[in-house]
Ligand binder design. Structure first.
Ligand SMILES: Nc1ncnc2c1ncn2[C@@H]1O[C@H](COP(=O)(O)OP(=O)(O)O)[C@@H](O)[C@H]1O
Ligand SMILES: [Mg+2]
Length: 253
């Protein structure tokens, strides 16, 4: 393989439809994400971002079409994926009666990591995320940003191939969000992970993703934008306008 060869596909949607009772959430959605890519998925509320996310996670099957992750069906082989994918949600979803350390350990327990590794890995990841010394704090004793740091530590500690974020930085103040996004990108890159970040924030998508997929209601791919590394503000402003046009449910196809 040459350096310019396309990434090996890790996530592939082919003509995916998802129909909920009374709602057609995704219509004919096809896209691919390659190994080691960091891709953002943007779109207005209700365009099907979380549905896409849940399909990747295998929480439910598509109504039609095919979803493949690492060549496997994530719904049919849910257990196979436990160690391979990790998730960071908008709210940190920590167990309130467990400390930061215990929350990170619990993630590894569910992923089937050997017990003797839990403590060391949890401490290491909490420290990498700037929480050394706060291992024994309970979620209510931490700020929103720190809780999300625990949630990131929990995800990375599993050492997954794929890391998925659904609006993970959206509820944070902009300063905290910026810092965490930057750290997130560094950790994804350093670990050679594949990252998928679902967000309604264009700034977030432009900061995070080298490639942006734009979904438009009713659930299809409206555009796909590459963000060249180190783009200057003018280029980013142009890309932003293009994303807004593509996202707009009223816009021309
Ligand atoms: N379990 C469900 N039952 C019925 N409708 C749903 C369900 N989940 C999502 N939807 C609908 O599907 C559409 C897409 O939802 P979602 O994927 O959550 O959008 P987004 O995350 O982009 O805001 C929305 O109109 C939503 O109301
Ligand atoms: Mg959503």
């Amino acid at each position: 393989m040459t350096e310019t060869a396309p990434h090996e596909p890790v996530i592939e949607f082919t003509n995916v439809q998802k129909v909920f009772p009374g709602h057609h959430a995704l219509r004919d959605l096809s896209f691919g994400i390659g190994r080691g890519e960091l891709v953002s998925v943007v779109g207005v509320t209700g365009c099907g971002k979380s549905t896409t996310f849940n399909l990747i996670l295998g929480l439910f099957p598509p109504t039609e079409g095919s979803v493949r992750v690492e060549g496997h069906d994530p719904h049919a082989e849910f257990d196979w994926f436990r160690r391979r994918m990790a998730v960071v949600f908008q709210d940190a979803r920590l167990l309130p009666w467990r400390t930061a350390l215990q929350n990170v350990r619990t993630g590894m327990k569910f992923a089937g990591i050997p017990k003797q590794e839990w403590d060391g890995r949890a401490r290491d990841w909490l420290s990498r995320l700037g929480l050394a010394g706060r291992e024994d704090a309970y979620p209510h004793q931490l700020s929103g940003g720190q809780r999300q740091r625990v949630s990131l530590a929990r995800a990375f500690a599993v050492d997954p191939e794929i890391i998925l974020c659904d609006e993970s930085f959206s509820a944070l103040d902009e300063i905290t969000a910026r810092t965490l996004r930057k750290e997130f990108v560094e950790l994804v890159r350093a670990g050679g992970k594949t990252g998928v970040v679902i967000t309604h924030s264009l700034d977030e998508a432009l900061t995070l993703g080298e490639r942006i997929l734009v979904l438009r209601p009713p659930g299809h791919l409206a555009d796909e934008v590459r963000v060249p590394a180190g783009s200057d503000p003018e280029v980013l402003a142009e890309l932003r306008e293009r994303l807004i046009t593509a996202m707009n449910p009223e816009g021309a196809e």
